[in-house]
Design a protein around this ligand. Sequence first.
Ligand SMILES: Nc1ncnc2c1ncn2[C@@H]1O[C@H](COP(=O)(O)OP(=O)(O)O)[C@@H](O)[C@H]1O
Ligand SMILES: [Mg+2]
Length: 238
Amino acid sequence: MLTITDLTAGYGRLTALKGIDLTVAKGEIVFVVGPNGAGKSTLLKTVAGLMTPFSGSIRFHHADIAGMAPEKLSREGLVLVPEGRSIFRTLTVEENLALGGMGRRDRDVLESDLEAVLTTFPILRSRYRGVAGHLSGGEQQQLAIARAILQQPALIMIDEPSLGLAPLVIDQVYESLRALNRENGMTLLIVEQSTARILDLADRVYVLRNGHIVLSGPAAELAGGRQLEEAYFGYEAG
Ligand SMILES: Nc1ncnc2c1ncn2[C@@H]1O[C@H](COP(=O)(O)OP(=O)(O)O)[C@@H](O)[C@H]1O
Ligand SMILES: [Mg+2]
């Protein structure tokens, strides 16, 4: 579904991504983990069309999308939930969700999609007429994800969904992501700074450090070993 080949990107003279190769297949949950400053947000912003790559190719459904405008990409089914959630705090939950469905003409399907996200995220139903700024961090994260879903994406990219959340709340958010994947077939590309909880949810993992992919593999193969930590912290092998 998404194939990134030899991607280089950055800011002016700073090269933040150096020769990235990464794929996401339909139905997969893929995580990119790496320390602060590794280039995780740059990667998602570049794929989402918010930055133009220096070189390399990004193919989505076999079309080259490098440099394509973000609005066009979201219409093509590629949606980013950016870091910091970007919900409208002064609007209600209902209004925030309506923005996700904006531009859709299939009103009936939209109604049932809305019903489905309110079932996946029950807290949003109980706070439906409340102001989004009054939701807790985890609830705001769920609202941001729910709004993205209503854009009917084929692929949702999420920048640090666990950022600033308590461990129990992270579990809840991850549980809802798992349900979206299992029950709705949603494909997910998620970046996180912490490796702590990802292996249960991930199909495959990439470790990004200093703009390079230093390790990648199926989560099942990385679980239980020290490989992931060693790549993350940059220990020499052996
Ligand atoms: N807007 C920006 N302008 C210049 N440099 C930036 C900007 N955003 C990020 N960087 C730099 O790019 C590198 C990667 O940053 P980022 O992608 O935000 O990392 P991560 O999301 O993994 O923490 C870092 O060296 C960071 O300082
Ligand atoms: Mg970041």
